[in-house]
Write a protein that binds this ligand. Sequence first.
Ligand code: FVH
Length: 293
Amino acid sequence: MAHETVEKTPVTLLGLGAMGAALARAWLAAGHPLTVWNRTPARAAGISAEGAKVANSAAEAVAANTLVVVCLLDDASVEEVLAGADLAGRDLVNLTTGTPAQARARADWARERGARYLDGGIMAVPPMIGVPDAGGYVFYSGSRELFERHRETLAVPAGTTYVGPDAGFAALHDVALLSAMYGMFAGAAHAFALIRREDIDPASLAPLLADWLVAMAPAVHQTADQLRSGDYTKGVVSTLAMQVAGTPSFLRTAEEQGVSPELLSPYFALMRRRLAEGSGDEDLTGVIDLLVR
Ligand code: FVH
């Protein structure tokens, strides 16, 4: 029986930090020919032993393959590393975290140099890379054609979610989700602080906290529905007026427990401002409009 050999797209990867190394290992494990470069050459030794070609310079690595993936510290390092490389005809995929404006400027910069450009925002930590069930994925935005052309290769390290032709959208989605995550961490930090001096095992609070946050998370769908309709009273269960009335109890409890209210206070202040505008029968959605300058 004849065996068909499926050629795997060769990949160039610049950057072998924690995330770059995880990406490299995922592509090698899936059989993709891989050329790598890293500023500190010692970091490439392990990947080389696993089968990657190590280029002597970033320019040499870029010249090796059409698909060039960059995963460096920040946008400034991307500029520095690619400065001496000939990008003409390259498919540049930038997985370096940055702002939407940086991504848009980098897309223009790449286009001026004759490259096609796709920006990525990684929603995973290194141990999730190359582990299909880990739930990690990458937001992509920019050239749809480029995304489709390399979709299979890009899906090797983590899932792929294309969010539009605007190169800034991957970074915007990335930062939006991570910002929400920090809000959640802030709330959890306050909760743990409240019990810190009591005879309550943090390990007994943790599952209660996790279950509660999971139970509350679907509320974002109602928020989205209200934002779309413009009616912030639609489906409201707990009115802003009722919630503002409850806030002194939260602040007094913090005081009684010797806990600074500095994580809660800014949000409560916004709720009170919205209430003062006469929006007591609304949900908390109106706070969003106070944030948008
Ligand atoms: N690791 C994580 O948990 C997060 C998950 C979400 C996405 N981020 C972003 O991924 C980018 C790379 O992150 P990383 O984890 O690989 O970061 P490091 O381990 O610190 O490696 C940084 C690499 O960048 C190289 N580098 C830094 N500055 C320069 C420069 N001026 N010129 C050339 N290369 C530079 C560094 O090289 P070296 O220090 O080994 O010589 C590493 O290869 C990042 O945007 C995260 O936000 C990761």
